[in-house]
Ligand binder design. Sequence first.
Ligand SMILES: Nc1ncnc2c1ncn2[C@@H]1O[C@H](COP(=O)(O)OP(=O)(O)O)[C@@H](O)[C@H]1O
Ligand SMILES: Cc1cn([C@H]2C[C@H](O)[C@@H](COP(=O)(O)O)O2)c(=O)[nH]c1=O
Length: 215
Amino acid sequence: MPELVFFSGTMDCGKSTLALQIEHNRSARGLTGMIFTRDDRAGEGKLSSRLGLVTDAVEVEDGQDLYAYLVDHLSQGRRADYVIADEAQFLAPEQIDQLARVVDDLALDVFAFGITTDFRSKLFPGSQRLVELADRVEVLQVEALCWCGARATHNARTIGGAMVVEGAQVVVGDVDQGDDIGYEVLCRRHHSRRMTAATAHAAALSPDVLPVSSS
Ligand SMILES: Nc1ncnc2c1ncn2[C@@H]1O[C@H](COP(=O)(O)OP(=O)(O)O)[C@@H](O)[C@H]1O
Ligand SMILES: Cc1cn([C@H]2C[C@H](O)[C@@H](COP(=O)(O)O)O2)c(=O)[nH]c1=O
């Protein structure tokens, strides 16, 4: 049975790498994928992984009907044996409904990849709809780690290494951005305490927490 599968996790846990591996394994067996993405860091119409792999993809636009796009594609006699949708958190809920219809009416597997929650630990609307509709939600096996060594479950947005909680839900960016606006994955404890690697390091160096000499 074709399925809608949502591969979810934090940033930097290997979602795009897995998407590229699924694409590679299927195309090696003569299958043809329809690859959708939106706002990949590598630029428009690209699906990229931090391991350096990249492939071309269809850049999803606001209001685009993904089901109609596939029907049109197939009715022109072109192939699509399965669908990959990366950065699926950026899709609108209606577009997730359209992907579910691709599974049910066109009998294609749809593999969606995305982060579940934003920098305030709130669901992205597209991810919420995926959790509601997916046949399976898969958590990636390679766990990203918080600076403390615990499994990272949350995404923090940072400026100069310090966590911020104000701002737009969507700001395309990467981890390890130095002084720029960026992201860091944290465990829940450190996300709720707003404690990033930089602020934890600064606190450890603070005279307030240094052992006081008795001499
Ligand atoms: N230099 C490296 N050597 C080995 N693995 C790396 C390297 N850089 C990144 N990775 C792996 O790639 C993962 C990020 O993959 P990516 O597909 O870009 O993540 P996501 O799409 O989930 O944000 C990291 O968690 C790490 O496992
Ligand atoms: C937490 C969070 C992330 N984003 C953006 C930042 C990146 O461009 C993508 C996630 O990409 P990845 O391949 O999973 O690393 O999402 C955002 O716009 N808003 C957020 O709150």
